[in-house]
Design a protein around this ligand. Structure first.
Ligand code: NAD
Length: 362
């Protein structure tokens, strides 16, 4: 953990309250003085979108969101925003819908109010991503950060269990990776630690009762804390690996993160004792990777990349693609053989078992 750091806390208002999304959005639109709202809404959030549309001055609506934010869709959405002379964007949906709103905001400067319906956490970061010709480009831009986030657990009560688990574990990955990412610092480590505790407790609660409001709110709060920690600390080894795997092999975003996470933790933990202790304590396990694996087993999370469609025989090829993306300052040096071991193990090949990974090597 560095003792010299510069930490910026992005300015964003957070409103929290079950069943209050519409009134909270109305308050935000009033604060912005907006009169022509572009409503971006996931099909899965149509009911919430309709309630909000009835309460704010909507000038145009976009009801299509696609994973990884295709450039053609962004061009259409920007055109709609400009034609409608929109002065605010209200987005209701998962990370894909929020991503589309952010992509419009970076070009037009129109402020965004986000109402998330998954635990993706994109609403709390200034990171945008756009995919063109199969290549996803990402960047950070202050205009991409929503001015306000409205969390309403009632909107997540219908989230299918497998989606809730994968999305929640993706949020856990934000927390974990922020502990050793290039700009890790004690402020985002504190947010990440509390985020991990809330996510583990809440996800176990949701596993027992899918619509439990307290558990939903624990996961939402944990996901927010993970997102702000991640936005501040930057991408660590886990996210760099997943970014390459997702782009090169088209693996589903959240489940892939759930599968890869314990293997990266098993690799890094021996060289990052403070981070490992935080993970172990937050998850109440006996070791960092084991605690994550135990949580994932309790939740019935996917356990191999092979079951997500990755060919284990491509682990060596994948390692070669990941190597140039390895972040500077990872707690231990990362060689191509290490990456091959992590990917092969995550793929379901027993090339490197987690217990062996936790032993420090050169
Ligand atoms: P998503 O938005 O694609 O949603 C997944 C599925 O769940 C969709 O079919 C959607 O319609 C459905 N859904 C959403 N909310 C629902 C609800 N409440 N009830 C029922 N169904 C619902 O996926 P996601 O995991 O939320 O987001 C993934 C995307 O977000 C990826 O493109 C990823 O790159 C991006 N992301 C970006 C950041 C960032 O900081 N920029 C952070 C995390 C994720």
């Amino acid at each position: 953990m560095p003792t010299v750091f510069t930490h910026s806390t992005p300015a964003q208002r957070v409103r929290f309250g079950a069943g209050r999304a519409t009134e909270q959005v109305v308050a935000e639109v009033a604060l912005l003085g907006a009169r022509r709202v572009l409503l971006v809404v996931s099909r899965s959030a149509a009911t919430a979108g309709a309630a909000i549309a009835a309460a704010v001055p909507v000038a145009a609506t976009l009801d299509r969101a696609v994973q990884h934010v295709p450039a053609e869709l962004v061009a259409t959405a920007r055109g709609v925003a400009l034609d409608a002379a929109a002065d605010a964007i209200v987005v209701v949906g998962g990370g894909s819908a929020v991503g589309l709103a952010k992509a419009v905001a970076i070009d037009t400067g129109i402020p965004v109010v986000a109402v998330p319906t998954t635990f993706a956490g994109s609403e709390a970061t200034d990171v945008w991503g756009i995919t063109e010709h199969g290549v996803k480009t990402t960047g950070a831009d202050p205009r991409a950060l929503p001015v306000a986030v409205v969390y309403d657990s009632a909107l997540l009560a219908g989230l299918p269990a497998d989606l809730a688990v994968a999305s929640g574990l993706n949020a856990l990955a934000h927390c974990v990776d922020s502990l050793w990412a290039p700009k890790a610092d004690p402020i985002n480590a504190a947010a990440a630690a509390e985020g991990m505790r809330l996510l583990a407790t809440g996800l176990r609660g949701l596993h027992r009762a899918a619509r439990d409001q307290v558990a939903l709110e624990q996961v939402m709060a944990g996901a927010y804390l993970g997102a702000i920690a991640f936005a501040s600390a930057g991408s660590g080894l886990h996210h760099r690996i997943c970014h390459v795997l997702g782009g090169a092999y088209g693996l589903p975003h959240a489940p892939m993160h759930a599968v890869v996470l314990p293997f990266v933790v098993g690799f890094n933990a021996p060289a990052a004792p403070e981070a490992a202790a935080r993970i172990t304590a937050a998850l109440r396990g006996s070791d960092a990777a084991g605690a994550i694996r135990e949580l994932e087993a309790d939740l019935g999370a996917p356990t191999s990349l092979a079951e997500l469609g990755f060919d284990p025989d491509r682990a060596r090829e994948a390692a070669g693609l990941i190597l140039p993306a390895v972040p500077q300052g990872n707690p231990r040096p990362v060689h191509v053989q290490d990456l091959e071991g992590i990917v092969a193990a995550a793929a379901g090949h027993a090339a490197t078992r987690p217990a062996e990974q936790e032993r420090p090597t050169s």
